[in-house]
Each structure stands twice: as C-alpha cells, then as structure tokens.
Design a protein around this ligand. Structure first.
Ligand SMILES: [Cu+2]
Length: 377
C-alpha cells in the first residue's frame, strides 16, 4: 500500500504534476539552509534520476559514450544473450529399464570467432557454437549421458561439477580433435553446477568459452517463477592479428592466438565484461519483468583473471541460495560476491514499475560492459 509520504517522494522522482521545478527549488533552498551542501547535492541527484527514470531507451542513450556500447545482431554470433536467459536444455528424454529418467545430450566443440562487443572479435572455443555452452536441466536422480565430439583444433575433455565417479570426471583422458567420448553419471545433488573443458593451460582452453551450466532441480520443484539464466564472463581481446570474420569457424585464427598465448604466457586481465557474453546487451535490450512477479536468476561466475565478480541490483533485495543446494536462503542482500566458479540462485521481485539496473559492484567491470536493466511493467 502506498503511504502519503511515498506518494510525495514518487512525485518528485517522476517529475510529473504541476510546479515540480518550483517544488524542487524550494526543496533545494530548504535543504541548503537546513542541512548544508550534502543534502542539496542529494536532491540534485534525485532530479537527475527524474529525467530518465521512466524510459529505458533514455537510459541506454545516457550510457552511449561508454566503450563497447552498441548493438550486435545475434545472427552474427549465432546466439542471442536474451534467448540464453530462458534456454534450458532438457535433452532427449527417455526411460531406462529401471524406470530412471535418461537425458541424452550431444556436445560438439568447435573453434568459432564471436563478437563480444561491436567490432571486438574473440577467437572462442565453443560447445555447439554457443558461449556459454547449453544450459543443461535435469531433476535430481536422472541419468545423464553426454556424447562429446571434438571438432576443434586442440584436445579437450569435459568435466562436470556434482557427485560422480572419478572415471567420468574428465580430468585424466583427453579427447583428441576428430574423436569423441561418452560421459555418464547421475544428476546429484540438486543445485547449480558448472561444466567445463579441461585441458592445460585452462586460460587458453576453458576460458576461451568451453564452459556452461548444469542445473539440477530438487525432487519437489521450486515455486513457479520467471526463471532467467545469467553467466558472468569476461574476455581478453587479442592485441593483434585476431581478425577472423565473426561467426566463422576459424581454426586458423584460433590456433595462432593459442600459440601466441602459449609463447607469451597467460593473459592477465579482461578487456570486456558481460552477462551472457555480449557487453551491455541488457542495456540495449532491457529484460522485461512483470510487477510483483517472482524472478529466479540462476547466476554463475566464470570470469577468469579477477578474484571476484558480483551481481548488484537496484530497487529490491535478493534471497540468495548459494550453489542452489538448499531450499532455504543463506542471506538477503542486494549484492552478492562470487569467486571464479561460484554460483548462486537469486530470488526477487519488484513492487513498482520502472527501470532497475543490475551491474557489477566493481566499477571497472561495469565500465567495460557489465551493466543491464530490468524493465518492470
Ligand atoms: Cu548500482
């Protein structure tokens, strides 16, 4: 219920109604007299917010000067960060003689140059042409069968998080280019798990894009919600020579970058940060959310070269389920820090229509591509 006091402050924020400019200048004068310069600058910040608070395209325009701001046609990469939000791959489903549910998947690793920002190609290694790889979805106790085909130019294995035998852990064998291997295990425990390529050095294999997420639902499903999948990732742009045509299968360009990395040692800092691979995609394309709708974000951090990444949201609080392995939240906060490989399920809703930002609390990452908008209607 809206109180009288909140109606007043809302009028100030929205800038509607009669005599707002006069009201604001009265407030400025009042606060300058009674509370000093700090209060007066706080009011003027509120008025800045007023100008853009109800218009997503105006928000996008206000960030136009940042590097990497611009639109990438999803056809160029062959995947769409917006579609990745809700693309849950349940596999080819059947029943084993025991009655256990079987989910079968085929993963093919390829070299592929993608755009991570306008005019910023990145020589990726990708499962099924996707960065991140497909988001697997199973229920605790299902049997998972993965056929992994390596059509890239270097050897890899596949390694899954979760509880399983060492023989299917993907760390010992290496699948040579042009060959394949089958991994089988049961989906356990329920939670939010990663899978990744495993070949040393990891910085020039896994972190080229050979990572994805494996969601295991609890036996009793979580409450109905708008479910969104977000990968926090970063990219080291090549300093030279990485000019392969985006979207092409470019073994040659990738090979030269890999050997370049091998010669120079691993790169040590990201130039671009993103949610689902493309810088600022969700500034240019805000995520639509109904008012009061329960939202559940499956959030994973695969950022390399930084000790922490984070997720911070405006205008609401998050119930945080670390690793998704419990049905009770671990904390309620508007910010969560995640080390590399850490992940969490976030539940939240917005009580009021409007545009609400989410971004890294590390300002550097926000300035280099990791910001987005929830457009609540
Ligand atoms: Cu913020």
């Amino acid at each position: 219920m809206m109180t009288k006091r909140s109606r007043v402050s809302r009028r100030i924020f929205l800038g509607g109604g009669i005599g707002v400019a006069g009201l604001a200048s009265n407030l400025l004068a009042l606060s300058a007299d009674s509370k000093g310069a700090y209060a007066s600058s706080a009011i003027s910040n509120m008025l800045d917010i007023t100008d853009i608070s109800n218009n997503a395209s105006a928000i996008a325009a206000s960030f136009a000067g940042l590097p990497f701001m611009g639109t990438i046609d999803p056809k160029v990469n062959g995947f769409d960060p917006m579609a990745i939000l809700t693309a849950f791959d349940v596999g080819k489903v059947s029943k084993l003689p025991s009655g256990q549910t079987l989910r079968e998947y085929t993963f093919t690793a390829i070299n592929k140059t993608i755009l991570v920002a306008p005019d910023k190609p990145f020589a990726a290694l990708a499962y099924n042409g996707l960065v991140p790889g497909p988001t697997l979805r199973a229920t605790q106790g299902d049997h998972i069968r993965i056929t992994f085909i390596n059509r890239s130019d270097t050897a890899h294995s596949m390694h899954f998080n979760g509880i399983h035998a060492g023989s299917v852990d993907g760390l010992i064998e290496s699948v040579a280019p042009g060959t394949q291997m089958v991994y089988e295990f049961d989906a356990q425990p329920f939670g939010l798990h990663l899978y990744q390529g495993f070949t040393l050095p990891l910085t020039t294999h896994m972190f080229k894009g050979l990572y994805g997420t494996f969601i295991v639902d609890p036996p009793q499903p979580r409450p109905q919600a708008l479910e969104l999948f977000m990968t926090l990732n970063g990219f080291v742009l090549a300093s030279d020579g990485q000019n392969a045509k985006p979207g092409s299968s470019s073994a040659t360009a990738s090979s030269s970058k890999l050997s370049q990395d091998a010669n120079n040692g691993p790169p040590d800092s990201n130039n671009v940060y993103a949610v689902n691979t493309v810088a600022y995609h969700f500034i240019k394309n805000p995520i639509a959310i109904p008012v009061n709708k329960l939202v559940r974000v499956y959030l994973v951090n695969v950022t390399e070269f930084d000790a922490l990444n984070s997720f911070h949201v405006h205008g609401t609080l998050l119930n945080i389920y670390r690793t998704g392995t419990s049905l009770q939240p671990d904390e309620t906060n508007n910010t969560i820090m995640l080390a590399p490989g850490q992940r969490a399920i976030l539940e939240f809703s917005f009580k009021t229509a409007g545009q609400y930002m989410f971004h890294a609390y590390q300002g550097e990452y926000a300035d280099l591509g990791y910001m987005g908008i929830f457009d609540v209607k």
